[in-house]
Write a new protein. Structure first.
Length: 186
């Protein structure tokens, strides 16, 4: 990214990258937890998965998150904001739902469908530069529509086009769901 960061901000980004590499590349739960404070927490807000404290975080990463990442998972950074001991990433995640993903879709068997969704990750650091918490948000309705659990044609829900529009505002026109609702009403 073309952004210029201060040395302190660069340290936060480097630690966050080390944390993500531990999860996604190295698949090492203990290494991921080592980047966090002993009382750190992670909350995947749409489904309330994660944990609080080193023991719960280790168990979550080891048992529910890392082994249940699809092999074809790709992440694309859309934007990053850094400041006030915080890193905020807006990302597009793409994957095939070919494995049970209880951290994202608790109780849903693999559907073999492709998913593309925007995730926002807010990472707070303590004064020593360790991760204190992660708040992770995504539009669960777009995920459920793409795996076939919600009917996007009947509900005011977008699918993969929401992620594509986050990357490119010209991808599709705005207000399509409003126009669709108006057409149905007339």
């Amino acid at each position: 990214m073309a952004d210029t960061y201060t040395p302190d901000e660069q340290r936060l980004i480097a630690l966050w990258q080390r944390h993500m590499d531990s999860e996604f590349a190295d698949k090492d739960a203990a290494a991921a937890v080592s980047t966090m404070t002993p009382e750190a927490f992670c909350n995947h807000n749409p489904v309330l998965t994660g944990g609080t404290g080193a023991e719960q975080m280790l168990a979550f990463y080891r048992d529910h998150f890392i082994p249940k990442l699809p092999a074809d998972l790709q992440m694309e950074l859309i934007s990053r904001t850094v400041g006030q001991n915080r890193v905020i990433d807006e990302e597009v995640l793409r994957f095939t739902h070919d494995i049970e993903m209880d951290w994202l879709l608790p109780g849903v068997a693999p559907t073999r469908r492709r998913v593309e969704a925007v995730f926002v990750v807010i990472v707070q650091f303590d004064t020593q530069g360790r991760i204190a918490h992660e708040h992770i948000y995504w539009d669960q309705a777009t995920v459920l529509a793409q795996i076939g659990l919600l009917d996007a044609d009947r509900l005011p829900v977008a699918g993969a086009e929401a992620a594509r529009k986050a990357r490119d505002q010209a991808y599709c026109p705005s207000n399509a769901l409003i126009r669709r609702a108006e057409q149905r009403a007339s």
